[in-house]
Design a protein around this ligand. Structure first.
Ligand code: NAD
Ligand code: MLT
Length: 308
């Protein structure tokens, strides 16, 4: 019998394996997780649960950690490997939804959707607002992986010129997508009226879009971060927005989630937010839930094909 603990919201579907006992406890407090994790063979999370050395130490029987999504930046992979805990994720299951949300944010910022909605609710019918059109504008994509690639395909539908910076992909990928691949981030940024980041959060990408990079964008550019908080440096973004260089920004992610109510970006009039909802569609969560459970069980059974 394998015991699996699920500590984040997920649509897991039916458990068809008689040898599995699943405890679905989304929202469980960290102290409680630390208290009970020793009883489980596997843990399934999304980004809320920090799977660090302390948690892995407490998980004396833990053999597998399943990440319901792509990013494993909330899992200490080194500590897991030291303890012989295998980590699996389901990177392909939420690609489409994440790319769609990046576009939702970009369009919302370009056309003032949130502001107009708010005004109507307050009884104002303000038709003076002028937004931005996308036709023949240039979008820059940092990270041309699964999500970045899908974002590029959508951009083509808007007749945009699509540029990308990603030093780790073959040129052929960019060519297939009809994207101009840049070796130099600064060269790309100088041309982008729209910028969206789709890299993992790593030592290299943390803060990679800072004050200097934001000022390389033409005045009036739109910036979207639906990848991870901190890839676009929050302090720099705030300053550059306040200095009037950017049209606005769309953010699905923060360095600290949830951000405190006092966080200056939260109330910023030029920023549109969503609460880390990139993967939150009915469809993606069904795919994620089904795939992560299957992968965790396969890994418990000794199939290491998906272990990171
Ligand atoms: P992916 O691995 O397919 O693509 C990431 C790309 O980033 C790769 O092509 C890689 O070469 C590139 N990259 C890495 N370091 C880079 C650097 N320093 N500069 C430029 N490019 C770099 O991953 P994906 O499935 O496209 O997901 C990307 C990220 O999006 C995830 O790691 C996750 O953090 C985030 N994400 C967020 C949500 C959400 O809910 N907001 C949902 C899914 C994924
Ligand atoms: C991911 O990395 O897949 C995203 O953060 C989405 C999620 O955690 O659901």
């Amino acid at each position: 019998m394998w015991r699996i603990l699920v500590t984040d919201e997920m649509r897991l579907g039916e458990v068809r394996h008689p040898e599995v006992r699943l405890d679905y406890r989304p929202g469980m407090a960290r102290e409680e997780i630390l208290e009970v994790i020793g009883r489980y063979d596997a843990l399934i999370t999304r980004s809320r649960t920090r799977v660090d050395a302390e948690l892995l130490e407490a998980g004396v029987n833990l053999r597998v950690v399943g990440r319901g999504g792509v990013g494993v930046d909330n899992v200490d992979l080194e500590a897991a490997s030291r303890r012989g805990v295998l980590v699996v994720n389901v990177p392909e299951a939420n690609t489409r939804s994440a790319a769609e949300l990046a576009w939702a944010l970009l369009l919302a910022v370009a056309r003032g959707l949130v502001e107009s909605d708010r005004k109507i609710r307050e009884g104002q019918w303000d038709r003076k607002y002028l937004g931005l059109e996308l036709d023949r504008k240039t979008i820059g994509i940092v990270g041309l992986g699964r999500i970045g690639g899908q974002v590029a395909k959508f951009a083509k539908g808007f007749d945009m010129r699509v540029l990308a910076y990603d030093p780790y992909i073959p040129r052929s990928r960019a060519q297939t997508l009809g994207v101009e691949l840049y070796d130099d981030l600064a060269d790309m940024l100088r041309q982008c009226q729209f910028l969206t980041v789709h890299t993992p959060l790593t030592e290299e990408t943390r803060g990679m879009i800072g004050r200097r990079e934001l000022y390389l964008l033409p005045k009036g550019a739109v910036v979207v971060n639906a990848a991870r908080g901190g890839i676009v440096d929050e302090k720099a973004l705030l300053e550059v927005l306040d200095e009037g260089h950017l049209w606005g920004a769309g953010l699905d992610v923060f360095v600290e989630e949830p951000p405190g109510v006092g966080h200056p970006l939260v109330h910023h009039p030029k920023v549109v937010h969503t609460a880390h909802l990139g993967a939150n569609t009915l469809e993606a969560q069904e795919r994620v839930g089904e795939a992560v459970l299957e992968r965790v069980i396969e890994t418990l059974q000794g199939n290491l094909a998906h272990a990171l």
